[in-house]
Design a protein around this ligand. Structure first.
Ligand SMILES: NC(=O)c1ccc[n+]([C@@H]2O[C@H](COP(=O)([O-])OP(=O)(O)OC[C@H]3O[C@@H](n4cnc5c(N)ncnc54)[C@H](OP(=O)(O)O)[C@@H]3O)[C@@H](O)[C@H]2O)c1
Length: 278
């Protein structure tokens, strides 16, 4: 079954599930990304700070899949928020990837202590106008950060990539993104270190639908209208994580998984107001 797509507020579209590439590096990293492409992923999520843009570019060439059948997303690091640095940074990403355009580029973190994320956003707006980036977005932005950049530029991000998993379901931020017409992308969509695979609502839904707990969580993401980017270096899990369009969760199942959210559910270091990503 093909992967459904989400249409973004700029008229472009993204597959409803993408592939996370952190921390895949080196020859093993290239192989894992080639395998992901062979297994059907068409959206690859990298970042300058993952130090694997070269590997992702190499994997794209090795896969033999045409450039325009793939979507490549990268992220601007905190040290490059100043306007000229941001422009240079994106050119560097393109060079490492060996591509002449990016499908999506995100401001990786707002780094509010430095207070230059609006400048970074202006640079992305200009790069989109120049055609070097097809869609632009942000990551880890709160309602206040979003309001600031929209106010200063008149341009609303197409995507806000935020931590989102059953222990941190982001009820408020999902509503904020939706109100603004921004697609929510989910990082650590399986919960990473504390994958809630054995929680009763997840296990029960897996048994009821004859799927794995990981598939239940990723299907829950899709039911929420979020776009998860699970990472796996394992080909069988890569396939499993993409195979979530042959069943659906009931409203009650979705609600029970969302109810696993807890105040301390955020992964360590993930607070956008204090995290400093250089
Ligand atoms: N914007 C941001 O600030 C930010 C922050 C963090 C992450 N990200 C992005 O989000 C992507 C995904 O997040 P993540 O890697 O932190 O967490 P994740 O995708 O939730 O979890 C990845 C972990 O789960 C395992 N796994 C994957 N599929 C599985 C399955 N079906 N069953 C059991 N275990 C499974 C993987 O192991 P194996 O590899 O061994 O299969 C890996 O250890 C990253 O790769 C990155 O691209 C963005």
């Amino acid at each position: 079954m093909g992967i459904p797509t989400y249409t973004l507020n700029d008229g472009t579209s993204l597959p409803a599930v993408g592939f996370g590439t952190y921390p895949l590096t080196g020859e093993d990293g290239v192989s894992a990304v080639v395998s992901a492409i062979e297994n059907g992923y068409r959206l690859l999520d990298t970042a300058v700070n993952y130090r694997n843009e070269t590997e992702v570019g190499e994997a794209i060439r090795r896969s033999g899949i045409a450039r325009d059948e793939l979507q490549v997303a990268s992220k601007l690091p905190g040290r490059d928020h100043a306007y000229d640095d941001a422009i240079r940074s994106v050119h560097g990403s393109l060079e490492r990837l060996g591509l002449d355009y990016l499908d999506l580029h995100l401001v990786h973190w707002p780094n509010p202590s430095r207070d230059r994320y609006a400048e970074a956003w202006r640079a992305l707006v200009d790069l989109r106008e120049q055609g070097l980036v097809r869609s632009i977005g942000v990551s880890n932005f709160t309602e206040a950060h979003l309001a600031r950049i929209i106010d200063e530029t008149g341009v609303t991000p197409s995507v806000n990539q935020i931590e989102l998993h059953p222990y941190f379901p982001q009820v408020q931020m999902r509503a904020v993104n939706e109100r603004l017409g921004i697609r929510t992308e989910s990082w650590s969509p399986l919960g990473k270190r504390q994958a809630p695979f054995t929680e009763p609502p997840v296990a029960a839904a897996a048994a009821a639908h004859g799927v794995t707990p990981g598939q239940v969580i990723l299907r829950w993401q899709v039911e929420l209208g979020a776009l998860p980017i699970p990472k796996s270096a394992t080909p069988a899990r890569q396939r499993e994580n993409l195979d979530v369009f042959g069943f659906a969760l009931s409203d009650d199942e979705v609600a029970a998984i969302t109810a696993l959210g807890r105040p301390d559910g955020r992964l360590f270091g993930g607070d956008p107001d204090t995290h400093e990503e250089m």
